[in-house]
Design a protein around this ligand. Sequence first.
Ligand code: MN
Length: 725
Amino acid sequence: MENFAEHYGSLYQTVNRCLPGIDMARIDQAVEYAREKHKEQKRKDGSPYIIHPLSVAEIVAEMGLDVDAILGALLHDCIEDTDASHEEIARLFGTTCAELVEGVTKLTRANFASSEEAQMENLRKMFMAMSKDIRVVLIKIADRLHNMRTMQYQTPEKQLIKCRETMDIYAPLAHRLGMQKVKWELEDCSLRYLDPTAYNDILSYLSAHKEKDEAFMHTIQDAISQRLTAMGIHSSVYGRVKHVYSIYRKMGAQSKNMDEIYDIYAFRVIVDTIPDCYNVLGHIHDLFNLVPGRFKDYISTPKPNMYQSLHTTVIGTQGIPFEVQIRTWEMHETAEYGIAAHWKYKQGAGEGQEKDFEWVRRLLENQQDTDAEDYVSSMKIDMFDDEVFTFTPKGKIVPLPAEATPIDFAYAIHSGVGNSMVGAKVNNRIANIDMTLKNGDIVEVLTSKAAKGPSRDWLSICKSNQARTKIKQWFKKEKREENVIHGRSSFEGEMRRIGLPLSITVDPEVGPGLLKKLSFDSWEDMYAAIGYGGLTATKAVGRIRDDINRALKAQNSEKQALQVKPEETKTDRHGVNGVIVEDIESCMIKFAKCCTPVPGDGIIGFITKGFGVSVHRIDCPNAQNRDEPHQAARWVRVRWANSEDQPFETTLELDCITRDDLLLDVATVMSTARVRMKELNGKDLPGGRTVFTVRFEVKNVEELESVRNKLQNIRNVIGSRRGQN
Ligand code: MN
């Protein structure tokens, strides 16, 4: 129990020193609470468990964190290891404290054991993202630091796992948060178990040279102090041998042994003001010989982790190079405790939480470490709100934008996985593919070879650009025909909505100009683009709207100039496909497939959604419901165009298996059928298919069908369909 009293006394002193005047009663209460909860537990070394939280709380107090964080540190293992609950802690110690404990518990439960190198940065990001409150990270780092200090009691396997994890996660995080002192200690503790031979070699080298080192450091320290005192600059000068891991790293990087490593000494001059820093620099360069290219001014350009100092490397009369760091006291505190020190100032200034987090986020986002010597190279963290970290069932981390869904997850794995997705399991339960994923969710994508590919709705459900792009690509590639139909329908809908005639697009005078403006070679291409989502109908119409209005205006004034018997013009106007729709100036016409009306039949038109007017025979079964109220408005009167001899134009599309001379055979059939051919196009499709589009004139449907039969008889023609004009 003495052990307890000793540690408690030490914590008491540290708290009083670092946070003078705080309410010790709350601290005492938390100590008692934690002691009671952990009373059955022992540390690996046999000491009472409470020693651990006491030590962690002391480290947290040294970092300069507030009372809530110290309480959180004292209670940090209570939820995980004892019967304490979040509610109870909140009731006794406040919600902030309870949330900190909860946050630390979450990090304790998460498995950050190292896997592949590529995953390390993601693990660090996830660590940050899971924490929400930066104090959680700091308590967790303090927790790890104490565990590293007492690592000798762990089994060798556990030592290796913990040390690897410390090197991969905790030391880089401490560095990023600007906590040099903590980082060094974590690194040295880890190296002791990860490479004990090298660690011991370096230690024994250092201790063998200890006297020499100290003598050298004294000489330099004295030389600097004397000069500065003489110049009236108030300063503190310290010398040290760099930490073990940094020497180890230099040996590795330069493949040298201890004797060949120079630059193991570092001196620190701490002064009161920034002008003093630069003055000191001048004196250092005057006293010793400068090593060129080693001067760095982190005062005018601080490191992203807020570190500020002047660095220079010089050589004294002994021929040994050493580094000198010059900084103010405030810079020194920041260098030692990094973000924690800054956080303390912020708290002191009474600033709100959110501002702090904003600041942390900025710090981490702007992280661009240009110091080549730094172990952790530049790595960007998008933390807290804009990313979520999920796992594959095998434990690979998949970072996604916030609010991502299983769809985003699937496409992040591979576009093939996304395209064949039929469902998802989240944390082993069947989930909707549009559910919002949370940090740590394990997602399994269910795929099927029979999957029909992504649905268009997915485009609005998914949150990542990656998924959106891949879905669009799929539609672009796989579904051209469907895209054309969808695209055409939305384009025409938009045209109608703002009252522009659809006929204008096929107007030989105007149409080509419009296409050019839209940068497409054909209307079909544009419809396809709208269909797969590469362009919106609103945008497309918006781009040509002015041109259309201008053209319409011009046409109107032309018409007025001619002005010959308007009634006659009306009756004489050309039908589309030989059909005139009453009351509608111009619109697309198609013949209903159900009843194939031919000239002479009684006909009636139905305004379809997006395809103009569909013409049925008046006795067609599908036209019998035209009096029903919700349908009535869509039925319109139509009639055959005036002249019965006037040919009407039609289009057939032929599906063929590609072979040579098909085009020739089609042309031959058309010519022997004695119909007037207007257009013949062939297009090869993937999979050995060819589609021919034949536009020609016939008098009526019988003639059309006879031509169609002849075409169908051509070898390799496997199907035909009526196209839309
Ligand atoms: Mn702990």
